[in-house]
Design a protein around this ligand. Structure first.
Ligand SMILES: Cc1cc2nc3c(=O)[nH]c(=O)nc-3n(C[C@H](O)[C@H](O)[C@H](O)COP(=O)(O)OP(=O)(O)OC[C@H]3O[C@@H](n4cnc5c(N)ncnc54)[C@H](O)[C@@H]3O)c2cc1C
Length: 439
């Protein structure tokens, strides 16, 4: 039996952010459970940062003292700065092969207890509180050892992808094989196990949303393309119209003409292909030898996510369970690494406050992250709002950011806003137990 003050389930970016944030806020024992053998989850298939409104959100949360450590890691493995590609401005591209190790070491230095190959499979609930978890520990395959973990407060950061049954059901692959679902057992949504209400994104009348990109092994492209990709970070490969099959990917960028007539390829250590699915990949002489890095199913539809995501309050707490918080995709239709860091930072901070006997906090609507959480919560009350995914970098939410003046690249303005709300260094404040605070 292991006992923590704060227990984070899921070692994707949102879970890493939550664990760091809880440590910073004064929690002695923070444990992070990850079912696979690596941290950072879908960040290992990512690459794009600070595009469009993500720039504002990153700078804002850093000024609040949250997530800055993780953004430093992303910036430490930058391959290209200030990149533009259709629909996206001022982004940086990080190396997907380096990010996991940097973040892992960072968490170790911060004193987070990391438990890999630990898959939470069930909960123990007493009244309106969670008291423990049943965890499958993978030591000597195929045998698992069951262990119990107890904690004061829990954060569900289990993402929204997999397991293998999702790949079977959709039949055409799910790029979340970067999460190695079949090897380590699928995702278990801990909130759902604890009785928290869930929903499933249902674009086009089917459960789950198909999105994202796929990676080609860079070296399998013709050398002149590799050189250009490595030099500039972006290559556009024109597509014959008949080669492109518009699919059901949810990302709004795929409606832009530039994406309908090109493969947009970005350098993220591999060759990240932004396309809504293409039957003609191998018909293009350029890509005849291209080998898939991930998803292994190839450029057919991929990345089925947003299955069993949780309803939560604006402070990221479950309405039904008083000591359970959510972060990242598990907390709603939030898409993106920046969104995962920001919601993770708040979830970890609020988990720490709750563990020390203080009320969790709602970020004001004048902040990007506060507004985003509130807005998504409102939207998903209606079935129509569950047909979309929400991101700072595009689609309806980026339009809202622009309308409200929340989007800006003016660092002075971002600082003024954070200071005016009294939130500078918020996440750097250490909390002491409520009973030790003299009234
Ligand atoms: C192919 C692809 C490309 C993308 N590219 C970009 C990009 O370029 N830029 C960008 O900003 N965003 C990108 N995204 C989106 C972004 O990667 C995700 O939104 C973000 O990583 C989600 O983080 P998360 O922590 O919420 O979830 P995840 O990354 O899914 O992490 C969840 C973690 O929880 C673990 N877990 C699940 N259940 C359990 C359990 N029961 N016990 C223990 N552990 C468990 C999983 O193994 C996983 O490691 C991309 C997504 C995909 C799929």
């Amino acid at each position: 039996m292991s006992r923590s003050q704060v227990l984070v389930i899921g070692g994707g970016i949102s879970g890493c952010a939550a664990a760091l944030s809880a440590r910073k806020a004064g929690i002695d024992k923070v444990t992070l459970l990850e079912r696979s053998d690596r941290l950072t989850g879908n960040a290992m298939a990512g690459g794009i940062m600070a595009n469009n409104g993500r720039f504002t959100a990153e700078e804002e949360i850093k000024l609040m003292g949250g997530g800055g450590d993780l953004f430093q890691d992303f910036r430490a493995c930058v391959l290209h700065e200030n990149v533009e590609f259709p629909g996206h401005r001022h982004c940086y591209l990080h190396d997907i092969h380096r990010i996991e190790r940097l973040i892992h070491e960072h968490l170790e230095r911060a004193g987070v207890e990391i438990r890999l190959q630990h898959r939470a499979i069930d909960v123990v609930r007493k009244g309106d509180r969670l008291v423990g978890l049943e965890v499958e520990v993978m030591e000597h395959r195929p045998d698992f050892r069951l262990r119990s973990f107890e904690a004061d407060v829990f954060v569900d950061a289990t993402g929204s992808a997999g397991g293998m049954e999702v790949c079977y059901r959709y039949g055409y692959g799910c790029s979340c094989c970067v999460l190695k679902c079949p090897t380590f057992g699928g995702r278990v949504a801990i909130g759902a196990r604890a009785g928290v209400g869930t929903y499933c994104s249902s674009a086009g009348g089917q459960e789950g949303v198909i999105s994202g990109s796929f990676d080609l092994q860079k070296e399998t492209l013709p050398p002149e393309y590799v050189q250009e990709l490595v030099r500039t970070g972006v290559v556009l490969v024109p597509l014959p119209q008949e080669a492109l099959k518009l699919a059901r990917k949810a990302c709004s960028q795929y409606r832009l003409d530039a994406f309908k007539s090109n493969f947009v390829i970005l350098h993220n250590g591999e060759a990240k292909v932004m396309a809504s699915a293409c039957e003609g990949l191998r018909q293009l002489p350029l890509l005849r030898n291209a080998t898939m890095a991930q998803p292994l199913s190839g450029p057919e539809l991929n990345s089925v996510r947003y299955i069993q995501v949780h309803f939560k309050r604006d402070d990221l707490r479950a309405a039904e369970v008083s000591n359970l918080f959510f972060a990242g995709e598990s907390a709603g239709l939030h898409n993106g690494l920046t969104e995962a860091v920001c919601t993770g930072a708040l979830a970890g901070y609020n988990a720490a406050r709750a563990a020390l006997g203080h009320d969790p906090m709602v970020l004001p609507l004048s902040t990007v992250t506060g507004h985003f959480i509130h807005w998504v919560n409102q939207r998903v009350q209606e079935a129509s709002g569950r047909n979309e995914r929400y991101t700072y970098s595009g689609g309806t939410y980026f339009e809202v950011m622009k309308e409200l003046g929340l989007y800006t690249t003016d660092l002075r303005l971002i600082r003024q806003r954070v200071e005016a709300a009294g939130l500078a260094d918020l996440f750097n404040r250490r909390w002491v137990p409520a009973e030790m605070v003299t009234p």
